[in-house]
Structures are given as structure tokens and as C-alpha cells.
Design a protein around this ligand. Structure first.
Ligand code: GUN
Length: 284
């Protein structure tokens, strides 16, 4: 049996530490860090994620602004809202919840956020800086995954890491973060032949495919650290990961649950990035 990596506990510790830092800022009478979240339309999953982000901001004591725009808002109006937040000295971080309605060009929206306030780390300047090994906003989910791996006390250096999934939000950036820590990294994906042969090599296995239960116990190396990024909804409305927890937890050394693994870490890292944005602005 494997040890469960408790993302709720690790994320709570991060938020508690931030809460102290923000209390100190408040005690000094300084302007508090502020996160602006834009949501377009009323996709229930997006609404739930956004609620979580605003609640986390409130928990840490930082300020937040929730900007709710209708499903049929024009791209121009959304870009104008972003321009207003870019220019607003009271706002440190800007996040536009994805996905956006089909009539809006997601790339144009991401590009419109000034890189200094792009706490998602999705802007091309931040992506380029990540790959160049320069200072940048590290995307929240990949950053959270690294925290979870580190929480096991195992070293990343020298390990074989396999990332299944090649999205811009998770797969590609987490592979870079593992590479930065001297893991030997393989990126596998839906077209990888004999995926099990690849994943069985992994001391660290990150599953970010977006399909329920694709990683089964027979695909896991005994003792491996298994990080499940999947958030899939079953027919009966339950959340389930990309990893078949029952069989994988028989083989893995450590494993993250869904929910309660990577999800809370994404939000905690968003708070860390917003605090960093505030620090950078305050130091200017
Ligand atoms: N939708 C799903 N994950 C994310 C995320 O990390 N950031 C944003 N902005 N939207 C998302």
C-alpha cells in the first residue's frame, strides 16, 4: 500500500504561511496584495474553481476582485476590462478563468495581460522565461505538483520522471520544472505506443491526460511517486482522476488522491504568485 500525499494539508500550510506575511503587511499599514479574477459565463465547474480562488484569497487576508462577465460579452469588452486592470495600481495579479466561450480568442486574451500581473504564468513572456531558466511566474498546477513531490522528502535529482500529457498548462511546464531539478524527463501522450512500458520506468509519474483511469496499477513502477492531475466527472457526478486509484495505490510508494491532491495546490500556488507579484511591484 502507498502513502497518500495530502494536498489539502500541504496547501493549508502554504496558505497559513502567507496569511502571516499578509498580516505583517497589514500591520505595517501597507497596501495589501490583490488578485483580480475574471469569469465569463456560468460554466458550473469554472464557477466552482473561481469560488475556491476567491475563498483562498480571503483566507490569506489578501484583497480580491471578482469580475463576472456574461457569456456573450464581446472579445473587445473583455480586452478593455483587462486593460483597466493592467493599469490599476491596486491590482497585483490578473487571472482570466479558462476555458472562454468559443467566440473569444483565448490567446489574444492571455497576451493582453501584462506579464508582471500574469499570475497564471500563461503569457508568452512568462512561458519563454520559464524555458530560458529566467525569473517568471511559474504556472500554478505545475508549481503545486513540485511542492507535493518535495513533501514526500524524496529527492527529484537523478530520478526518472514520466509526464503523461503535453498541455501548455500542465504537461509541458511540469516537465521543465522536473528537468530544472535534474530529473531525467520523458513526456508521453495519447499517441505514445505501449504507454505502460514508458510509465513503468517512472520513479515519478505525473498523469495529466484528462481521461479517467487511464493509468492503472500495472502501469506503475513499484514504489513510484504518482501525481494525479486529472479532474474528471463520472456519470454519477463524482470527481475522479486520470489514475485508477484502487489498483495504482497497491503498487505506488506515494500517490495523490482526487479530490484533495493537486487541486488545492493549484489554488495555494496562485496565492503565492499573487504575493510575489505584490512583492515585485512594492520593490519597484
Ligand atoms: N482553467 C483550468 N485550469 C486553469 C488555470 O490554472 N488557470 C485558469 N486561468 N483557468 C484554468
Amino acid at each position: 500500500m502507498s502513502t497518500i500525499i495530502d494536498g489539502k494539508a500541504v496547501s493549508l500550510q502554504i496558505k497559513e504561511e502567507l496569511k502571516e506575511k499578509i498580516a505583517a503587511i497589514k500591520a505595517e499599514g501597507k497596501r495589501l496584495p490583490c488578485l483580480a479574477v475574471i469569469i465569463v459565463g456560468d460554466n458550473p465547474a469554472s464557477r466552482s474553481y473561481v469560488r475556491g480562488k476567491i475563498k483562498a484569497a480571503e483566507f490569506t487576508g489578501m484583497d480580491s476582485r471578482l469580475i463576472e462577465l456574461p457569456e456573450d460579452v464581446s472579445e473587445a469588452a473583455l480586452l478593455e476590462t483587462i486593460a483597466g486592470l493592467n493599469a490599476d495600481a491596486g491590482v497585483d495579479g490578473i487571472l482570466v478563468q479558462l476555458p472562454l466561450p468559443r467566440h473569444i480568442d483565448e490567446s489574444r486574451v492571455i497576451d493582453a495581460i501584462v506579464p508582471e500581473k500574469d499570475v497564471d504564468g500563461f503569457h508568452p513572456v512568462n512561458v519563454a522565461n520559464l524555458w530560458l531558466g529566467r525569473k517568471c511566474f511559474v504556472p500554478c498546477t505545475p508549481q503545486g505538483i513540485i511542492h507535493l513531490i518535495e513533501s514526500t522528502g524524496e529527492r527529484i535529482e537523478g530520478k526518472r520522471a514520466v509526464v503523461v500529457g503535453r498541455s501548455n498548462i500542465v504537461g509541458k511546464p511540469v516537465a521543465k520544472l522536473l528537468l530544472d531539478r535534474n530529473a531525467t524527463v520523458t513526456i508521453a501522450h495519447s499517441r505514445t505506443p505501449d504507454l505502460g512500458a514508458v510509465t513503468r520506468e517512472a520513479d515519478i509519474l505525473v498523469a495529466a491526460v484528462g481521461r479517467a483511469g487511464v493509468i492503472t496499477g500495472d502501469m506503475v513502477k513499484p514504489g513510484a511517486i504518482v501525481i494525479d492531475v486529472g479532474i474528471n466527472r463520472t456519470a454519477d457526478g463524482h470527481l475522479t482522476g486520470d489514475v485508477d486509484f484502487a489498483s495504482a495505490s497497491e503498487v505506488a510508494g506515494w500517490i495523490t488522491p482526487v479530490p484533495g491532491g493537486v487541486g488545492p495546490m493549484t489554488i495555494a500556488c496562485l496565492m503565492l504568485n499573487t504575493y510575489s507579484a505584490w512583492c515585485a511591484i512594492s520593490e519597484r
